[in-house]
Design a binder for this molecule. Structure first.
Ligand code: ZN
Length: 281
């Protein structure tokens, strides 16, 4: 009797230690003990090869991978990438890389893609993936205006806004297991965020400020972001449905410009030069 009880205890301990070892080996921390859920997730992990991600402890490498998976899912969802004219593609990439290099998060790779879509919009997902609609490129009057939007989108990557929202959504919906969230679930949320869900005001203000100062460091005329938003605010472009609060944002940016602007940052404000480089779009 005693012996049996002892063996069961030993067995229980061994099982427990085995589980903990797996969890430690995969670099995961269990905050809420949920044994049944953990069992299922461990089973998935070992037998089905499902990848789990801890958003609270995401490495840059994991974030870039998440961005890459989301990029594939967006294309499966019908997001069409423009690549007809390589000069246009290269030009947009050049602007993006110039800004990425002076951003507050220059140590991850950035991927800038043009989306074949006439609506005036741009968006960023995670891990350096930025998308600019053809409609927005046409709506911009100068390179500095386009650079302003792109710097703003890079600001969302710097602020990790997509990842933060993923974390909020997964917690609110109770889909965080002991091992984290499955990569498939995160990619689905990432697609929803990119295409349909507006950013919070706080995230917009932060991306504006980060973008504004980054433009200055890249020597772009910082008024580009302001005039782009001013010119659009009469209509109702897509950009403002996913980027709320245009009037307040313009006011804040104007204040920033009055208080601090980068000396000599006047690059990209020639409309003719911009039109000629974008003529084959
Ligand atoms: Zn935004």
């Amino acid at each position: 009797m005693n012996y049996l009880k002892h063996s069961l205890q030993q067995l229980g301990k061994r099982w427990l230690y085995g589980t903990i070892a797996v969890i430690i080996a995969t670099g995961l921390v269990v905050t809420t003990p949920q044994p049944s859920k953990a069992d299922i997730n461990l089973f998935d992990l070992i037998f089905n090869g499902i990848q789990y991600i801890q958003l609270s402890n995401l490495s840059d490498e994991q974030e870039v991978d998440l961005g890459r998976q989301t990029d594939r899912a967006l294309k499966r969802q019908g997001v069409r990438i423009y690549n007809r004219n390589s000069e246009v593609v290269n030009y947009v990439n050049e602007i993006g890389q110039r800004l990425a290099a002076t951003s507050d998060r220059a140590d991850i790779p950035y991927t800038f893609q043009i989306v074949q879509d006439d609506s005036i919009n741009a968006f960023a997902t995670s891990g350096g993936f930025v998308y600019i609609h053809t409609g927005l490129i046409r709506a911009a009057d100068t390179e500095a205006e386009l650079a302003g939007v792109m710097a703003h989108e890079i600001g969302h990557i710097v602020g990790r806004h997509s990842v933060n929202r993923m974390r909020e959504i997964t917690l609110a919906n109770g889909i965080v297991g002991a091992l984290g969230v499955s990569q498939d679930d995160l990619v689905n949320i990432g697609v929803q965020l990119a295409l349909f869900l507006p950013n919070s005001r706080t995230a917009e203000y932060e991306a504006d400020a980060l973008g504004y100062f980054n433009m200055g460091r890249a020597n772009y005329d910082q008024r580009g972001l302001i005039t782009f938003m001013e010119n659009l605010s009469g209509g109702t472009p897509e950009f403002f449905s996913t980027h709320p609060d245009p009037d307040n944002r313009v006011n804040r940016l104007r204040e920033m410009y009055n208080e601090s602007r980068q000396e000599g940052a006047t690059y990209g404000n020639n409309p003719e030069a911009y039109r000629s480089r974008m003529s084959s779009l």
